[in-house]
Design a protein around this ligand. Structure first.
Ligand code: ADP
Length: 422
């Protein structure tokens, strides 16, 4: 209604000025809303979803309650929504985010919003059907000028069914955050690599010993075999036996070299079906000598029936080695002379557990969570990265790690991994 039309119908000048005042207020409020709409640091799209709301009401009336299953069985419904929910209004940020030159490009069915992440469309429908007040998810935007942009989508649904013509989508450009996250992950993997190298450095003596020992057996056996062969009546069965042993020793030395190589390599994480008991036993060969040198009794109790896990074997061994090194350092700090570490595995309800128990002083009160944070350390020469790397390795495998103190002193770290699916 405009003021002059109103003026023709109403002669009362006081009410006329009241109307004009209200209109002015409305204009001010509209301008304020416009400014806000255009200055929000997010793309804002106002959409009309009333047709979908109507379809949903009909579905509910006809007894549909599991919308996810229904959408899976009726993909045309998602397509219908993509084409019937229409963008009515957009702000300037939306234009920029979608690489559009004019708003008319965006005032169209919402299909283009979901083009880079098609499943987002059914997620939004599912949240709408369930009457959620809003929905949040990551989104890849396909822009009009051919780029792919990482973004976060927030949908706010009207709580009154009659207002579905003014649903709001907000989209935030996450390019910078995704870049920072990627950098952080890269830094973390550099740290993990550094930590592996420092483990190797710490145990280089033991490793050299492990390679040297089978090699000296080889040298001895070869000399003995040569002697047997140079006799006038060569004892061939004996030589055969020695050659077999040489082969065995060489393969032992090779295994050690391979393990070191794997540990030192900087290859990307590689998942495979692994037997946790074998991983633990392999990791312990790294630390065995060091434990003996420190007079720490290192034992293992491996579960008889342990399901396989889907894991990067080098990373899991790195966790075990880290925990055992930490335990040795903790024992060194305690007065307890009879130091021991027990590494055990156990299967329980879809999870494979690795436990490292020590006879050290235990974790100081209230620090059972903090010690897993990056750069948290109580050691003068510590970096505080070991446990944080262990935690991120386990989390990236879908598992977790925690610690508790045991009565009478000492700590027990418990790491778990989900069992591999068939
Ligand atoms: P760093 O060994 O460089 O300090 P970690 O992340 O491996 O880094 O460990 C963080 C801290 O957790 C250690 O400084 C120590 O205070 C504590 N900690 C780790 N393992 C044990 C343990 N087995 N017993 C007692 N404290 C431990």
């Amino acid at each position: 209604m405009n003021v002059s039309a109103f003026a023709e119908e109403n002669v009362d000048p006081t009410s006329l000025s009241e109307v004009s005042r209200r209109l002015e207020e409305l204009q001010v409020s509209e301008a304020r809303y416009r400014t806000l709409f255009n200055n929000v640091p997010a793309a804002v799209l106002q959409v009309d979803a009333s047709e979908v709301e109507e379809t949903f009401s009909n579905l509910k009336r006809s007894g549909v309650d599991d919308i996810d299953a229904f959408l899976l069985g009726n993909p045309h419904l998602v397509e219908m929504a993509n084409n019937s929910v229409v963008v009515r209004e957009v702000n300037d940020v939306a234009l920029k985010l979608f690489g559009a030159t004019e708003s008319s490009q965006l005032l169209a069915p919402v299909a283009y919003v979901f083009a880079g992440t098609p499943e987002a469309s059914s997620n939004v429908m599912s949240a709408h059907f369930r009457g959620r007040p809003n929905h949040y998810q990551k989104l890849k935007i396909r822009t009009f000028d051919g780029r792919i942009v990482d973004a976060a989508l927030m949908v706010s649904f009207p709580q009154d069914a009659s207002n579905f013509d003014t649903s709001v989508l907000m989209i935030i450009d996450m390019t910078e955050q995704v870049r920072i996250e990627r950098e952080l992950r890269k830094m973390e993997s550099e740290f993990a690599h550094f930590s592996k190298l420092s483990i190797l450095g710490e145990f280089s003596g033991a490793i050299v010993h492990e390679v040297r020992q089978p090699l000296s057996v080889v040298a001895n056996d070869a000399a003995t075999a040569a002697r047997w062969l140079s006799r006038s009546d060569p004892n061939l069965p004996k030589v055969r036996e020695l050659v077999d042993r040489i082969e065995e020793s060489v393969s032992r030395a090779n295994d050690v070299v391979k393990r070191v190589q794997e540990m030192a390599s900087k290859t990307m994480s590689e998942r495979q079906h692994c037997d946790v008991n074998r991983l633990v036993a392999g990791a312990l060969t790294f630390v065995k000598k060091e434990a003996t040198r420190r007079s720490v009794k290192l034992t293992s109790v491996l579960a008889a029936a342990c399901a396989d896990v889907e894991a990067d074997p080098v990373q899991i061994q790195q966790v075990v080695v880290n925990l055992v090194i930490n335990a040795m350092q903790a024992i060194e700090r305690s007065d307890n002379q009879a130091g021991f570490i027990r590494v055990s595995t156990r299967y329980d309800n879809g999870r494979v557990f690795i436990e490292v128990l020590d006879s050290g002083p235990g974790i100081p009160d209230g620090l059972a969570v903090e010690i897993f944070e990056s750069f948290f350390t109580t050691r003068k020469e510590g970096m505080g990265m070991g446990l944080s790397i262990c935690r991120s390795i386990l989390q990236s495998h879908g598992g977790a790690i925690s610690v508790t103190n045991v009565a009478g002193g000492g700590a027990v770290f418990e790491a778990w991994l989900p069992v591999a699916t068939a």
